[in-house]
Write a protein that binds this ligand. Structure first.
Ligand code: SAM
Ligand code: SF4
Length: 308
């Protein structure tokens, strides 16, 4: 049975409305380090990309930015980075507990860590953890991650769940070699895991990676996957991702109309913003971060939704 994409998006949108209403939740993201010890084939931060200028924000800089985010009324601070062992567990624990004092939710997205590290960070007050599973197909996962395994990624996600984190999984769409069957595997994997959040974005080829010459994911494929995810996990928080906004000028609005209910404004301060280059053409990197918020609000309200 062929179903028109518009009908699928409308169905996902009505489930989103039933479960989440018209509110769009904002999560302010600070990309605090672009150093990474790993070599994921698709990512501009991979350790073998020698063309990237690397940066690390100091704990004081991160806390200052978190305070500014809280003062803007955003209730969730997301700390994201490459896998950067420079920040020791005790530094991260202190960072999380100091940010918690601001009365916000703390979301971490700093990659695969030991069970002990996840436990200590939870004790320090971290509420949520974003760790996309990237692809649930073991062969494709292995081909894209020379220094990682799907088993460990999955182990991390289940450990995080057991420790009481709200967990964010998710996959890229349009990866080289990815078939529709593999995208079904993603849905089945997430149906089993029951993550509270799901980040879905198109793969965008980065010129300084081994996948430079590959094709990227399309808008339609990504919207379809967002809609199918809303059908599979009606209660999940699903962001309309920056990557989606990068491949189409109205990508985020279209994502919000196909089942998504969250937007993650990039709150990384200058001069670091343009250096967190996962993929080329990332939107809003040259803007003053504080200008992003009014612009995003206007876009969200423009499609009749309410910014929280
Ligand atoms: N290092 C942590 C990790 O890998 O979980 C967190 C940061 S990582 C840069 C965040 C996400 O960026 C990854 O989960 C991946 O899905 C996405 N990403 C990386 N390279 C990308 C690309 N070329 N196109 C689209 N998304 C990409
Ligand atoms: Fe590092 Fe994450 Fe990029 Fe992989 S996706 S290279 S772990 S920053």
């Amino acid at each position: 049975m062929e179903i028109a994409k518009e009908k699928l998006f409308a169905l996902a949108d009505s489930i989103r409305f039933r479960e989440k209403g018209d509110k769009v939740y904002l999560r302010g993201i600070i990309e605090f380090s672009n150093h990474c010890r790993r070599n994921c084939l698709y990512c501009g931060l991979r350790r073998d990309n020698k063309k990237l200028s690397r940066y690390r924000m100091s704990p004081e800089e991160i806390i200052k930015r978190a305070k500014e985010i809280a003062a803007l009324g955003i209730k969730t601070v997301v700390l994201q980075s490459g896998e950067d062992p420079y920040y020791r567990l005790k530094d991260l624990v202190e960072l999380v507990s100091r940010i918690k004092e601001l009365g916000v939710y703390v979301t971490l997205s700093i990659g695969e860590l030991s069970t002990r590290a996840y436990r200590e960070l939870k004790k320090a007050g971290a509420d949520r953890y974003l760790l996309r599973h990237e692809t649930a197909n073991q062969k494709l996962y292995a081909a894209l991650h020379p220094d990682g395994s799907f088993e460990n990624r999955r182990r991390c996600l289940y450990v995080l769940k057991d420790l009481g984190y709200e967990v964010g999984a998710g996959n890229m769409v349009g990866l080289p070699g990815q078939t529709d069957d593999m995208l079904w595997e993603d849905l089945l994997f997430m149906e089993k895991l029951q993550p509270e959040m799901v980040g879905i974005g198109p793969f965008i080829p980065h010129p300084h990676t081994p996948l430079a010459k590959e094709k990227g994911g399309t808008l339609e494929q990504t919207l379809t996957m967002i809609a199918l995810t809303r059908l599979t996990l009606p209660k999940a928080n699903i962001p309309a991702t920056t990557a989606l906004g990068t491949i189409h000028p109205e990508g985020r609005e279209l994502g919000l109309k196909a089942g998504a209910n969250v937007v993650m404004p990039n709150m990384t301060p200058q001069p670091y913003r343009p250096l967190y280059q996962l993929y080329p053409g990332k939107i809003c990197v040259n803007e003053d971060p504080d200008a992003c918020l009014p612009c995003l609000k206007k876009r969200i309200e423009g499609i009749g939704r309410i910014v929280v």
